[in-house]
Ligand binder design. Structure first.
Ligand code: 13P
Length: 249
């Protein structure tokens, strides 16, 4: 039985002091031990967020990480900077990073390998554009993203990974995928993992849905057999996030 994992992706929102205030506000609302709860916050807020979340069930994650150990990479965050402060999850390859910061399937793969090397669980994002969906190439496209992201990743590592299926057309638009649309792709992702590795790895890996998930649609999406959680943007910055985390209450 896979434990659900519900993560907030704060994106470029909240100053460090606002982050502390929001965590203090949400802490009592997200206290559901049946679910893994992760808040992925801007790098500058990771340390104060860790402090604020102490003693709660909230895990603090990062939104990005570089694939080198250290050196002349101005503005980047190294994996050991994250582990040094206790970060256990990092979002890799969000569509906004791919679209605005030129990340490719290849850089995603390098980051995934580096995260595993440092014992950080990557939340690996994939998702099609509206044009790709309309052209009927969604599954082909996602399979390619997954196959490259997992290149040289061992079965043992893959079993612990989190994949976030986020259709680009559903992100920040209020146009949530229907639960059937989301399940179809999440099931295809699991089948792809079974193909690369084996049934046990596919059964262990956790697959989230992301894209306009909110308190009103979370329970239906999370009831689907291949949807093991959510990656939540806008609604993770509001008390609504507590309702999403407590979708089963
Ligand atoms: P929204 O929930 O705001 O649509 O964002 C989803 C997302 O991109 C999470 O990574």
């Amino acid at each position: 039985m896979r434990k659900k994992i519900i993560a907030g992706n704060w994106k470029m929102n909240k100053t460090p002091s606002e982050a502390v205030a929001l965590i203090n506000e949400l802490k009592p609302l997200v206290a559901n031990e049946e679910v893994d709860v992760v808040f992925c916050v801007p790098a500058i807020s990771i340390v104060p967020a860790m402090e604020a979340a102490k003693g709660s069930n909230i895990n603090i994650g990062a939104e990005n990480m570089y694939f080198e150990e250290s050196g002349a990479y101005t503005g980047e965050i190294a994996p050991n900077m994250l582990t040094d402060v206790g970060v256990k999850y990092v979002i890799i390859g969000h569509s906004e990073r791919r679209d605005y910061f030129a990340e490719t399937d290849e850089t995603v793969n390098k980051k995934v390998l580096k995260a595993f090397e440092h014992g950080i669980t990557p939340i690996i994002c994939c998702g099609e554009s509206l044009t790709q969906r309309q052209q009927g190439v969604t599954i082909d496209f996602i399979r390619q993203q997954i196959k490259i992201a997992f290149l040289n990743v061992t079965a043992e590592q893959a079993a612990t990974a989190v994949i976030a299926y986020e259709p680009i057309w559903a992100i920040g638009t209020g146009m949530t995928a229907t639960s059937d649309q989301a399940e179809e792709v999440c099931a295809a992702i699991r089948a792809c993992i079974a193909e690369i590795y084996d049934d046990a790895t596919a059964a262990a890996i956790r697959i989230q849905y992301g894209g306009s998930m909110n308190a009103g649609n979370a329970a239906e999406l999370l009831a689907k057999p291949d949807i093991d959680g959510g990656l939540v943007g806008g609604a993770s910055l509001k008390p609504d996030f507590g309702k999403i985390v407590n979708y089963n209450k």
